[in-house]
Design a protein around this ligand. Sequence first.
Ligand SMILES: NC(=O)c1ccc[n+]([C@@H]2O[C@H](COP(=O)([O-])OP(=O)(O)OC[C@H]3O[C@@H](n4cnc5c(N)ncnc54)[C@H](OP(=O)(O)O)[C@@H]3O)[C@@H](O)[C@H]2O)c1
Length: 289
Amino acid sequence: MAMVSATTASTLFLRTTLSRTLSFTTKPSSFYVKSATMEGSEIKEEVNEGFNVKKKIFVAGATGSTGKRIVEKLLAKGFAVKAGVRDVDKAKSTFPGDNPDLQIVKADVTEGSTKLDEAISDDSDAVICATGFRPSLDLFAPWKVDNFGTVNLVEACRKRNVNRFILISSILVNGAAMGQLFNPAYIFLNVFGLTLVAKLQAEQYIRKSGINYTIIRPGGLKNDPPMGNIVMEPEDTLSEGSISRDQVADVAVEALLCPESSYKVVEIVARSEAPKRSFEELFGSIKQK
Ligand SMILES: NC(=O)c1ccc[n+]([C@@H]2O[C@H](COP(=O)([O-])OP(=O)(O)OC[C@H]3O[C@@H](n4cnc5c(N)ncnc54)[C@H](OP(=O)(O)O)[C@@H]3O)[C@@H](O)[C@H]2O)c1
């Protein structure tokens, strides 16, 4: 009989698919640390109620179209959420009601890492960044938000010893190296303040930071419900395609639960002809670089 125990109350991942399954099949609304006993393929579990801990995830850009979906899915999965927003009143109408697992904090990523550090504080276990510049007359907005803003978040994580970072980036960020310089999408997105270049710079900063990252690069985002199954490819592979924001949010949340997502850059779109695959399969199919 082999003994399998989850690591500590402060460890973000339950290290195995086994422990993940246990967490969500038995107590779907909570993310528990527990111990389990495994006999061959038969699993017995011992829930250590004294160690029940909800992981708290800081979501930057929580009032955005993808960010709000991420918040909703995190809460539905049993996480606690700290929603980092620019406008607290807007956030209160985006997330009506009084959910004790949802905390709203002001967090403008352009205001520097010290304020973000205070917002993330000591109680965040991971950060999901779903920010994106809002079009304005400021041509430097993409650079301020999608590059420096993300770098500020990473710095704040380092100060607070938060060692898990999920970034929503974009396909084609490395379009120049992919031979996609003349891809209309690459040109269009870079015309407005070098948006893709800004995102690529931020990605590179994260990858050198030492923090356990998952960089998710979706294709064109749609508000519609999912129209096909998720296709996941390695970095610098996809140059077209689209995906529902619901699916992007699913991938971001599942990355927290799936150890196979660590230190990886994944590109995602949805295709109706693609086979349905589990998140373990999807993340497991991508090699670390
Ligand atoms: N649109 C696409 O087709 C597409 C394709 C691939 C990747 N992406 C990327 O996917 C991500 C999510 O896209 P989306 O369309 O869902 O986003 P979105 O609706 O445009 O939301 C962007 C979020 O970023 C926040 N934000 C902007 N400036 C900020 C700042 N200085 N500090 C803190 N937060 C700030 C916004 O706050 P407010 O709510 O206060 O405005 C908003 O919550 C973005 O990074 C985007 O570039 C988009």
